[in-house]
Design a protein around this ligand. Sequence first.
Ligand code: M7G
Length: 324
Amino acid sequence: MAESTQANKMEDRQQVIEVETKKIKLDSNGTLNILNTFEFVKVLNENNLSKLMIIQAVKKDETRENKNAVIIFEKPHFGLEEVKSFLQIDNPYDIDLQNDIYNKFCLYPLRPYNNVQVQLIYPATEQHIQKYSMQEFFFVKESFEDYQNLTLKFINETQLNLKWVYNILEHKTESERIIFEDPDPQNGFILLPDMKWDCKVVDNLYVLAIVHQKDLLSLRNLTGEHIGLLENVRDKSLRALEEKFDVKKEKLRAYFHYQPSFYHLHVHFTHIKNQMPGMPERNIQLNQVLENLRIDSSYYQKVTMEMAVKKNDKLYDLFKHKFD
Ligand code: M7G
């Protein structure tokens, strides 16, 4: 009974795919018309383990100068409901091999279990294309002086647009996805699912807490004065996540990225089982940040941070003299 209700819920759910900050509804045939207006250019990155392919594409018949798009295709992780449905539903299949007790099939699941997650960034800037391209990484040491002389220059000249962040904070987009909000202008924040999470399998939980204060670019701006803000974000987010998804705080990571891609302070919350591809070295644990700020209020205005930079990144050019 519970299973069929669950299946009905999924069938009935509005067929909506998140595409950047807009929602694009599927037509009655389930066709997403937007993708066939793009033409493939090249593969930027792929990952067999995470079943992900990222491509560059261009918009056909487009008059604007920048026709570039980045499209991320991802086959989602199996959920238990999905696997149970394979046993219950008579899905089409091909037999690949049958030998004694050994059988191998190729199954063609029907909706809603044949979905592919798609993220479309359009128009995509050169920074977006670099961000999603496979590249060589280097570790670099950034003193606070380097941060002021080099990194801030990079942020001012090339930082990615924060419109999507302000849209969320102003309730213009994704407001129906908000899990929790503390509206206080000093210590408040909005907690909502990260674009990367399909909100189906709790083991893959990925949620963002975006602070209301607009002048905090990254953890480099944090001082002892922000301990209240950070404790508020941590405690209220963990409580809200336990209430909504029944996941204990001991199972959740809370961290910043250094360097982040978007310079508006936010905290990532992920399930301990969620092994995201990427650079784990970028993760700076929130609790560790709090400890450091308690020991020294200006810790992040003194400490040398080790960070990973991509070869094609402007930051690499700014720091590469330090390699010699
Ligand atoms: P980051 O550390 O600044 O950059 O984190 P990263 O992408 O290099 O990790 C920003 C986070 O915001 C990432 O986890 C993104 O997946 C997420 N994100 C980016 N955009 C454009 C959106 C969006 O429009 N909505 C939501 N909900 N999340 C987003």
